[in-house]
Design a protein around this ligand. Structure first.
Ligand code: AMP
Ligand code: MN
Ligand code: MN
Ligand code: MN
Length: 276
């Protein structure tokens, strides 16, 4: 089965509208698709309607921004109830600081000689409450500052670079509680991106499991083939299920929908877990 359980629409920092994402996934042979916008459930009704129209199964999801020991970690919730009040309130709180942070990013970029970043990023964000580093990256590419968004991140938007502004998201335990409380299954997103030592990764996985986290993404657009194997071994060791998601953000921006290799056959795919 071609399952893609992680992608974004214009409800957060994706380039395509929810219905376009769903149709694109269906055209590429995806049969089980989760829309997982950052801290945001607003794209799900449109995605649900589009999925019904094109015969693809939609999983209602979200990708929650977490601060764990000072670093940003993402937790995907799958099969969450979008009407759950505690989840909605929690996500609203997580979204709260984005606009202010974007202003600070704009100021930091201006200090580095790049003007108009805040206004530029805001203009590219369909939902101003969801203005993200991705919108800054797209704006800077349009300005000719760098050739692609990847390069903008590397030069300006990651820790240690001139446009980086630290931010406090929610606690890991909060994200897990909201997801579980809304009937969802929690998946640790792209663990290979966090730059953690083996010891720290072990502690993160222990804490994740203790909070009823169920699976980790092994096959994701941001892992190398070596990391597919590395995190498959960790899933086995910690008794976690595994998930597969492109983390699609738009055409020509990273991995394409439904395009990644299959999960390791000896592990439990998250969609086979009871309650999925
Ligand atoms: P934010 O939530 O505003 O901090 O933005 C995070 C988003 O930026 C992620 O969800 C990715 O879409 C994007 N992103 C983060 N790091 C990179 C990178 N190195 N290259 C390209 N996009 C990235
Ligand atoms: Mn993103
Ligand atoms: Mn992420
Ligand atoms: Mn994502």
């Amino acid at each position: 089965m071609n399952a893609d359980l992680h992608c974004h629409s214009t409800a957060s920092d994706g380039a395509l509208a929810p219905a376009q994402v769903v149709r694109r996934a269906a055209e590429r042979g995806v049969s089980l698709l989760a829309l997982t916008d950052h801290d945001q459930l607003g794209g799900l009704p449109e995605a649900r309607a589009a999925a019904a129209a094109c015969g693809i199964e939609l999983v209602e999801g979200v990708e929650v921004s977490v601060t764990w020991r000072g670093i940003t970690v993402h937790v995907v919730g799958l099969r969450v109830d979008p009407l759950d009040r505690a989840l909605q309130a929690g996500l609203e709180h997580v979204r709260g600081g984005r606009r202010r942070r974007a202003q600070k990013i704009g100021e930091a970029l201006a200090a580095a000689g790049i003007e108009g970043g805040f206004e530029g990023a805001l203009a590219l964000a369909e939902n101003p409450a969801m203005v993200s580093r991705t919108h800054f990256a797209r704006f800077l590419v349009q300005q000719g500052v760098a050739e692609d968004t990847r390069a903008v991140f590397k030069r300006f938007l990651v820790e240690g670079k001139p446009g980086y502004v630290p931010h406090q998201w929610c606690q890991l335990a909060d994200a897990l509680r909201w997801i579980r409380g809304a009937g969802g299954i929690a998946v640790l997103a792209h663990p290979g991106r966090y730059g953690l030592s083996a010891a720290a990764m072990g502690e993160l996985l222990e804490e994740f499991k203790a909070g009823d986290g169920a699976a980790i993404e092994t096959v994701t657009g941001s892992h190398s083939r070596g990391q597919y194997r590395e995190f498959s071994e960790l899933a086995r060791h910690y008794g976690l299920a595994v998930s597969r998601g492109s983390d699609f953000h738009g055409p020509d921006e990273g991995a394409e929908l439904g395009s990644l290799p299959a999960l390791e056959a000896s592990l439990t795919p998250v969609w086979r877990l009871p309650g999925f």
